[in-house]
Ligand binder design. Structure first.
Ligand code: HAM
Length: 442
């Protein structure tokens, strides 16, 4: 029996991979403009790393990690998210010595979740992590980078939701209020939340079972427990965002599912058809204690991650990403001698930067024309043994019956001149409808 892919995984086939390349290219461009540098960390780390960062009581660590013991009896975990590994790398490589580190990553993450639309067991994230500044202006820059990604893909129907978890004092007071409140409903909340009530009351608000009940809706809001300092800080973040015309809503019910957050947290939601509740494309926030908790010097940090499957689905819901990649030239060879020369010509054209193809199936003329259609060739050159003896080659466009005969040595120059933008229509000649006949734009 044939082996099939594992549940919650999927293949990216050539019919889609160009869309991923397009998306990742654009992300890299935006990161470059904002001066974020790429970091690549291992796909697996010591299990303890995630226990100490993401949190023992989070669903992620309790139920969703892919853990394995290797042949050396070490506990390993496939990374369920990118922040922990980046923080580990920052400490291990002493990157914190720099006043500011602005980092980004693109890669696969693994979570043992129930697969559904927009939710996979192996999925991809684009994330950024910024270390060194605890200033509200840094929060605003990071959020504005996420919003710029959205703008770069011209996405509408987006909602940025913000909240603050405040400082240590805020969270202590808020936790007490939550314990007091939920203790009254102890018998009505789910068994997981009963445990959370004792171990990590903030996590209760993240409950996937009871989130929409009246008990939860009437629960204390963190905004009522903010210390003066935390309130002033959050208002400053909002002020900076307003300055950049970033539209947002403050939502006191967001707590995020990971334990490392302090102060600003945020999510970006998109209306993606068929995604239901899996419409959160991006989540992030500040984590000022994380570097220290993992053994580094006290270093503030903030970041976010986009789920790339969801981002791509949102892009495709609004834009047609059909590939318009065209092969510049397809060379048809007829005869053994011509085939050898065509092989050489294809290579020369490619070295000159032209997307060039030929037949590798020993096909008949008709089949070679068919293949040139599959490759969406802009120009077709036909070389037979006769032409070869006379050092010429025939060139035509796919839909025309007319062809020109040119010296073989001028093929490259000829195709390049045809492809060059023309001055009258500024489009690539051959694809425009004007009558410029491929005049060169000098
Ligand atoms: P997260 O909210 O767990 O945050 O994940 C970020 C995004 O990854 C989600 O908003 C979602 O789009 C996507 N995602 C999560 N799980 C899945 C899944 N099973 N299938 C498909 N997409 C998924 C983090 O991971 C934090 N590390 C973000 C961060 C960076 N915070 C600070 N820095």
């Amino acid at each position: 029996m044939a082996i099939v892919k594992m549940k919650g995984t999927y293949d990216i086939l050539p019919s889609d991979s160009y869309k991923w390349a397009f998306m990742e290219d654009k992300i890299r461009q935006v990161c470059q403009i904002f001066n974020y540098e790429e970091i690549r960390t291992p796909i697996f780390e010591a299990s303890e790393l995630f226990h100490r960062t993401v949190g023992e009581t989070s669903d992620l660590v309790k139920k969703e990690t892919y853990d394995f013991i290797d042949r050396g009896e070490r506990n390993n975990t496939l990374r369920p998210e990118g922040t922990a590994g980046v923080v580990r790398a920052v400490i291990e490589n002493k990157l914190y010595m720099e006043p500011i580190n602005k980092l980004f990553y693109i890669g696969s993450m693994f979570r043992y979740e129930r697969p559904q639309k927009g939710r996979f067991r192996q999925f991809n994230q684009f994330g950024v992590e910024c270390f060194g500044s605890k200033e509200p202006i840094m929060d605003a820059e990071v959020i504005s980078l996420a919003v710029t990604i959205i703008k770069a893909f011209r996405l509408k129907g987006i909602k940025v939701r913000l909240n603050t978890l405040g400082d240590d004092e805020t969270r202590e007071n808020y936790k007490k209020a939550l314990v007091e409140y939920f203790t009254k409903y102890k018998d009505e909340i789910c068994s997981d939340c009963q445990v959370r009530l004792e171990k990590n009351p903030l996590r209760i608000l993240d409950c996937k079972v009871d989130r929409d009940t009246e008990i939860f809706k009437n629960a204390p809001k963190i905004t009522d427990y903010l210390s003066e300092e935390a309130k002033t800080r959050f208002n400053k973040v909002l002020e900076y965002l307003k300055e950049l015309d970033v539209e947002y809503v403050v939502d006191p019910m967001i707590v995020r599912g990971l334990d490392y957050y302090t102060h600003t947290i945020f999510e970006i939601e998109a209306s993606i058809e068929g995604f239901g509740s899996q419409n959160v494309m991006c989540g992030g926030g500040r984590y000022d204690h994380l570097v220290e908790n993992l053994g580094g010097p006290s270093t503030p940090g903030i970041g976010f991650a986009f789920g790339l499957e969801r981002l791509l689905a949102a892009i495709e819901a609004e834009h047609d990403l059909t590939s318009d990649i065209q092969t510049h030239l397809f060379i048809i060879a007829l005869g053994e001698k011509a085939k050898l020369k065509a092989f050489r010509l294809v290579n020369d054209m490619r070295l000159g930067g032209l997307i060039t193809e030929m037949d590798y199936l020993d096909g008949k003329l008709k089949n070679q024309f068919k293949l040139s259609e599959k490759y969406n060739a802009k120009y077709i050159a036909i070389l037979g043994d006769n032409e070869l003896d006379n050092n010429v080659i025939n060139v035509k466009t796919p839909n025309s019956t007319e062809q020109v005969t040119i010296p073989i040595d001028s093929l490259y120059q000829y195709i390049v001149s045809k492809l060059r933008s023309c001055s009258s229509c500024s489009a690539t000649c051959g694809s425009c409808n004007c009558d410029c006949e491929g005049q060169e734009n000098e």
